[in-house]
Every structure is written in C-alpha cells, then in structure tokens.
Ligand binder design. Structure first.
Ligand SMILES: [Zn+2]
Length: 102
C-alpha cells in the first residue's frame, strides 16, 4: 500500500528520483528513503483501518449482540437522564425553598 504513495520522477538528466505523494509533501530520495519517510505520515495522513473491516470479521450473532448492547446503553442513558433531570428539579426546589426562608 505504501507504493501508491511513492512517485517515480524522471529527471532531465535521465536519472530517476522517488518522491513522496502525500499532499503538500516535497520529500524526495531513493525508494527506500521515501518508504522510510512515509512512516512520518502514518499518524496524520494514514487513516486508521475502518471499523467496518473489524465488523466483517464478526459473526451475525456477535453483530446482533453488539446491536443489542448498544440499544441497552441507549435505554440506560435515557433512564439516567430522566433521573438526573428529576434530581435537578428537586435540587432547584430545595434551593428555592432555602432562598425564600432567608
Ligand atoms: Zn512525505
């Protein structure tokens, strides 16, 4: 895959030089040098392998289980959210009561 990021440039004197094809990068050198240099781009320009490729390795049962787990988390979150809102309302009324008492 790294080879798709290495360009072979033909110079006027007939020699060839290899260059990095990453956008805005002007690095040139031998194939080995450019290949080694490409590691510098790895973190920024090389996107991590998509999660899809990992999902493809799962069985349908595992996928369903993951979907169910995601669903549970969403429901849990909603439940906690409503509990948090109730608590917040109670707290507000307590604050309000305290303010009117002073
Ligand atoms: Zn480069």
């Amino acid at each position: 895959m790294y080879f798709t990021r290495i360009a072979e440039l033909l110079l006027d004197d007939g020699s060839t030089v290899h260059g990095c094809k990453v956008t805005d990068c002007t690095f040139t050198g031998s194939v080995g040098e450019v290949r080694a240099h490409l590691a510098a781009h790895k973190d920024t320009s090389d996107p991590a392998p998509p999660a899809r490729s990992q999902l493809l390795g799962l069985t349908t049962a595992q996928l369903l289980e993951k979907a169910a787990a995601a669903d549970r988390i969403t429901k849990d979150r909603d439940r906690w959210k409503s509990r948090a809102l109730t608590a917040e309302r109670k707290l507000k009324s307590i604050h309000h009561a305290l303010r009117s008492a002073t």
